[in-house]
Design a protein around this ligand. Structure first.
Ligand code: ADP
Ligand code: MG
Length: 440
């Protein structure tokens, strides 16, 4: 296309579309810009009927758009179509079905915020109210099942409810990659760019799957820049922080830091209970407090597992008249968590540590600070960090209500001591073997 860039072309189309929506047709996206020479921009439609329509109705609109975008006195000329070609198969990125349909339940109302996700939640809420203005780009990361997709979709719902005509594109990273590869293969990269760069909010879930292909990464980089420069909102999620994702290059990582990077951590007991209550209410089932506590205390992995336990309880409960009581909960959790991955509990750790050091559990859980107690207590905290998904706050809570910095310090102290002391290394390895006989 010589001196004429793809960017110009998609801008011209955008200009016609915005300025003359009554003239615009979806097949405009398939027009082929040929070249620009001596002030004439030649554009080729695919079919004679299209050529007739363009020459008859659209000459002025295209001239005006081309002049605006290039800043030069350009005239558009519609070239004759090559031949009446077979209708091409529709491009997947232009079909509605390829976009992720938002889950109506993934709203802010249905999201429980707590210490584990406070920043991410606040940032998403702010972006939902003011897209493109507050945190741009917004990058949410955390391991699987901790609510990233839920938060991203809640943000989209919020934007939609305030700006009904906002163009929001929510897709998985895989879809972005597939679309780009398809566009490359079919020689319609300009259409791909038009599709992805004419949105008000672009949300890409699980960006860690961007992959190693140079061209895809390059394309993502330019999509990012184009949107960012026009103050369009960009929201991304991943299972790792930007600097820990190998497929993101340095230049992208630094751009993410222009906005906000927020991490979601494993939820603590209170948040897990609140989520259970919310999910139970959504499903219109009554969940007694002691049952919620029991389930939240035992299913400590991600939230998806917690929801799985609730589903199971509802199914089992139906056989017993619909009540969700402790009996039902025990049955449900009993086989929800298979034996070999049954989480190690604080009680298991206390058993092992007290019998090794000959101290009492009640002392470890007290405020006493003598070394004979403090050291085994630090070992407990270290093991709890290594073997359970409990948060620092929860672990501290079990050991005399200590705060998270004490737990962090204890875990580090034992970790460092282990490097110097081979006997301690063996002791810890034996303890871990006792606690997790199958995995170790
Ligand atoms: P991710 O995308 O991080 O893997 P999802 O967003 O798919 O996780 O969340 C998994 C499930 O857990 C979803 O059903 C979601 O509604 C629920 N969930 C996660 N965090 C929360 C929360 N804080 N409040 C309510 N539901 C949550
Ligand atoms: Mg997800």
């Amino acid at each position: 296309m010589g001196n004429f860039s793809d960017r110009h072309w998609s801008d011209i189309l955008g200009h016609v579309r915005n300025g003359h929506p009554e003239l615009f047709r979806s097949w405009f996206n398939n027009l082929e810009p040929l070249e620009m020479q001596h002030g004439v921009l030649r554009i080729r439609p695919a079919a004679h009927t299209q050529h007739d329509y363009l020459s008859r109705e659209c000459q002025a609109a295209f001239n005006e758009a081309a002049q605006q975008i290039t800043g030069r006195l350009v005239t558009v000329n519609f070239a004759a179509p090559l031949e009446e070609a077979e209708p091409a198969a529709p491009l997947s990125f232009e079909s509605e079905t390829d976009q992720i349909v938002l889950n109506p339940n993934y709203t802010f109302e249905n999201f429980v915020s707590g210490p584990c996700n406070r920043l991410a939640h606040a940032a998403c809420t702010a972006v939902g109210e003011n897209p493109g203005r507050v945190y741009n780009p917004l990058f949410i990361h955390g391991s699987v099942g901790l609510g990233k997709t839920h938060l991203l979709q809640a943000t989209c719902h919020a934007i939609k409810s305030r700006h009904a005509d906002a163009r929001i594109l929510f897709i998985s990273c895989e879809t972005f990659t597939n679309h780009f590869v398809e566009a490359l293969e079919r020689g319609v990269v300009h259409q791909f760019r038009y599709h992805y760069r004419h949105v008000d909010t672009l949300v890409i879930d699980d960006i860690q799957f961007l992959g190693a292909r140079e061209r895809t990464r390059e394309e993502f980089f330019h999509t990012f820049n184009t949107l960012y420069q026009s103050q369009k909102q960009i929201i991304l999620s991943a299972d790792e922080s930007p600097s820990n994702i190998p497929s993101l290059e340095e230049r992208l990582v630094s751009r993410f830091n222009w906005g906000l990077v927020a991490r979601i951590d494993t939820p603590c007991l209170e948040v897990r209970m609140a989520i259970l209550r919310k999910k139970a209410r959504l499903r219109c089932v009554e969940l007694p407090e002691n049952v919620a506590h029991f389930v939240a205390a035992n299913v400590v992995g991600n939230i998806r597992e917690l929801e799985g336990a609730l589903t199971k309880m509802i199914a089992i409960g139906q056989q017993f008249g619909g009540q969700l009581d402790m009996e039902v909960a025990k049955q449900a959790i009993g086989d929800h968590v298979p034996e070999q991955i049954k989480p190690v509990t604080i009680t298991d750790i206390l058993d092992v540590v007290t019998s090794h050091f000959g101290v009492k559990a009640s002392d470890l859980q007290s405020k006493r600070r003598s070394r004979s107690i403090a050291f085994p207590r630090q070992v407990c905290m270290y093991l709890a960090r290594e073997l359970t998904p409990l948060s620092l706050e929860e672990i501290g809570g079990y050991f005399g209500g200590r705060d998270h910095t004490t737990v962090l310090h204890a875990a580090r102290t034992i970790h460092d001591a282990k490097q110097q002391d081979s006997e301690l290394t063996c002791t810890l390895a034996n303890m871990i073997r006792t606690l997790r006989p199958i995995n170790s």
